[in-house]
Design a protein around this ligand. Structure first.
Ligand code: DX5
Ligand code: ZN
Length: 234
């Protein structure tokens, strides 16, 4: 397995934060070393839970300096892409099941100057992204069924992550391989070992009293890169 060469990205999910203090929570994880802020948008239709929409994303944008990583769990998704882009989303990730034309959706996100992501549910095959890799900046593997924080990591997804690592490497493109759901320092090590380079973590960060310590614990799960590789990678 090729060592992960991208710097490890930690994206705390605000779903597990104190919703009475969203702005302060966003600032707190930013100050604690978060790379991206992961925002879970749910509609009670595509997933069995409801969270927030573009107005909250816009409010958070005014308090955040790190990229807003917006995970849309809404269907149909296409009519809302522009609204989330205008609200300040830096990355917009969609589920292929949330619209009829994934290629067109990704083109739209890219045309708005945003990073485009595709999210694969546990039962969604890797082939779903095979013919849109040229339009993708992020592939996100759900290691829980989407809708709720605090669920148990689904082990069967490790083989899928390894397959996606090989697909991404074959493109030669810099595509993030992001993992969402049930991430702890233990499962973080498992997914990083098979080639992930970006971790979403809700409970594992906001559920802890010390956010900086929690983020450091996740970073410590990263496989150590061999010194000779680090030199050759420049
Ligand atoms: C679930 C969301 C996740 C969620 C992860 O649908 O997409 O981002 O916040 O929560 P944890 O890290 O607690 O599993
Ligand atoms: Zn998410």
């Amino acid at each position: 397995m090729k060592p992960v060469t991208n710097p490890l990205i930690i994206a705390p999910s605000l779903l597990a934060a104190d919703f009475l203090r969203l702005g302060a929570e966003a600032e707190a994880v930013e100050n604690a070393g978060a790379d991206w802020l992961h925002l879970d948008v749910m509609d009670g239709h595509f997933v069995p839970n409801i969270t927030f929409g573009p107005l909250v994303v816009k409010a958070l944008k005014s308090r955040s300096k790190i990229p807003l990583d917006v995970h849309l769990m809404i269907a149909p998704v296409d009519p809302y892409i522009v609204a989330f882009a205008d609200a300040g989303a830096d990355h917009i990730s969609v589920h292929p099941e949330a619209g009829p034309h994934l290629h067109r959706t990704l083109q739209l996100i890219r045309s708005l100057g945003k990073k485009a992501g595709v999210v694969l549910n546990p039962a969604t095959p890797v082939d779903t992204v095979a013919h849109v890799l040229d339009l993708v900046d992020i592939i996100m593997v759900m290691t829980v069924n989407p809708g709720f924080g605090g669920q148990a990591f689904i082990e069967s997804q490790l083989a899928k992550i390894a397959t996606l690592r090989r697909m991404i490497d074959a493109t030669g493109r810099d595509i993030y391989l992001q993992i969402d759901g049930g991430i702890t320092p233990v499962t973080a090590r498992d997914v990083l070992n098979v080639g992930a380079d970006c971790l979403v973590a809700g409970t594992a960060v906001f559920g802890k009293p010390d956010y900086a310590g929690a983020i450091a614990d996740l970073r410590a799960a990263a496989p150590k890169i061999m010194p000779e590789f680090a030199v050759s990678a420049g």
